[in-house]
Write a protein that binds this ligand. Structure first.
Ligand code: GLU
Length: 444
């Protein structure tokens, strides 16, 4: 059996019940096979793939807090410090009822390669909790965040591990987490990114994942002689990634016509009104029904359905495994030209393969959504310098980073005779740098 197959089998056997982690592992391993097989015995002897697939450290802890009725609640907290070969662990925290160790490990594993692709010195990590901020009062969210940080603070630090936001963790949560870290550690340091602008946050961090997705997508389209101007775009999600993807898509002349949340979706043939979407989601924290009520051209539908809308470009920006094989078939039947992932692993492996077989340009999240974490690394750089850069400076750096990622991903795919296979290109380019650093640092 080949070394790659052996490792896939062993890691899955040793980590039962972690379906999303298995999926992420399989996708990476299958595409880096060509690199490993150039020098299989060397990789096997050094157990490089086992070391890559086993986190350096996994932390799991109890998070007790008191709700507004005086009832004690108990959630589970996680931080997986996956790989520190190229820099301190870096990656967000996700607060969502679906969080379990398999979800955090898939996200942490993806983060290793994503962070490597940014070209910045950041290792891979991820954390979170099965806590659901939805419907909780600000005081309850604060109580939870303070309890969560009371355990986490001993494991993190500006040069050790720097968490940030992800689903369910935005500016409010990062603020509460930062306050508690500072109090416990007696240290004012850039230990979290995505901070508020008055206490060390970076301009353009809020916009970065969505804007970066469009910079990457535009670079990919241009390289394939497609102009984004006038193209109809289907977007899923209505969180931070989706909102700023829609905003930048409009600035580039595209026409986003959909968005979605956990209960339903919007089709707005006139084009999404971003100001209204921000008001509904960022200010009022309401459901998308409120968007439909305020806008005549918008249709609201219950359940899932954005991929049934005829579009040229699809941008899944909600969550993992939201774009299935049948969705891919509908998109292809409707003539889609490109799919670019704003969320982490939103497309299943079967759907990805179907899109690629049908010549749809496909941008994997670990490349196309890397703008968020890249800008987090820029926030870390500003914190270390005790300086703040302007919006234009950060945005320009972000644009350059995303265009470089596209160029490196495309070049890695071509080098291994897989022209335009950006999934393989991203995994190979991300992997090579990390492995070189791991090798240079010996058996650790
Ligand atoms: N959660 C984001 C991601 O998936 C950002 C992480 C960060 O800024 O550290 O990359």
């Amino acid at each position: 059996m080949s070394y790659v197959d052996e490792v896939i089998e062993t890691i899955i056997e040793q980590n039962p019940g972690e379906a999303e982690f298995h999926q992420a592992l399989r996708e990476v391993m299958e595409t880096i096979r060509v690199v490993v097989e150039e020098n299989e015995e060397e990789y096997r002897k050094n157990a490089l793939l086992e070391r890559l697939a086993n986190p350096e450290r996994q932390i799991k802890f109890r998070v007790p807090w008191v709700d507004d009725n005086g009832q004690v609640q108990v959630n589970t907290g996680y931080r997986v410090q996956f790989n520190s070969a190229i820099g301190p662990y870096k990656g967000g925290l996700r607060f969502h009822p679906s969080v379990n160790i398999g979800i955090i490990k898939f996200l942490g594993f993806e983060q290793i390669f994503k962070n490597s692709l940014t070209g910045l010195p950041i290792g891979g990590g991820k954390g979170g909790s099965n806590f659901d901020p939805k419907g909780k009062s600000d005081r309850e969210v604060m109580a939870f965040c303070q309890s969560f940080m009371t355990e986490l603070y001993r494991h993190i630090g500006a040069d050790t591990d720097v968490p940030a936001g992800d689903i369910g963790v935005g500016a409010r949560e990062v603020g509460f987490l930062f306050g508690q870290y500072k109090r416990l550690s007696n240290s004012y340091e850039g230990v979290l990114t995505g901070k508020g602008l008055t206490f060390g946050g970076s301009l353009a961090r809020t916009e970065a994942t969505g804007y970066g997705l469009l910079y990457f997508t535009n670079a990919m389209l241009k390289a394939n002689d497609i102009d984004i101007a006038g193209k109809t775009i289907a977007v899923s999600g209505a969180g931070n990634v989706a909102i700023y993807a829609i905003e930048k898509a409009q600035q580039l002349g595209g026409k986003p016509v959909t968005c979605s949340d956990s209960t339903g979706w919007i089709y707005d043939p006139e084009g999404i009104d971003v100001a209204l979407l921000k008001e509904v989601k960022e200010v009022k924290r309401e459901r998308l029904t409120a968007y439909a009520e305020a806008r005549e051209s918008a249709e609201y539908h219950e359940g899932k359905g954005v991929w049934t809308v005829k579009c040229d470009i699809a941008l899944p920006c909600a969550t993992q495994n939201e774009l299935l094989l049948e969705d891919a078939k509908t998109l292809v039947a409707n003539g889609v030209l490109a799919v670019a992932e704003g969320a982490n692993m939103p497309t299943t492996i079967e759907a990805t393969e179907y899109l690629q077989e049908n010549n749809v340009l496909f941008a994997p999240g670990k490349a196309s959504n890397a703008g968020g974490v890249a800008t987090s690394a820029l926030e870390m750089a500003q914190n270390s310098q005790r300086l703040s850069w302007t919006f234009e400076e950060v945005d320009l750096k972000l644009k350059n980073i995303m265009e470089n990622i596209f160029a490196n991903v495309a070049a890695a795919a071509s080098e291994y005779d897989m022209d335009k296979n950006y999934v393989a290109g991203a995994n190979i380019a991300g992997f090579k740098k990390v492995v070189e650093a791991m090798n240079a640092q010996g058996i650790v």
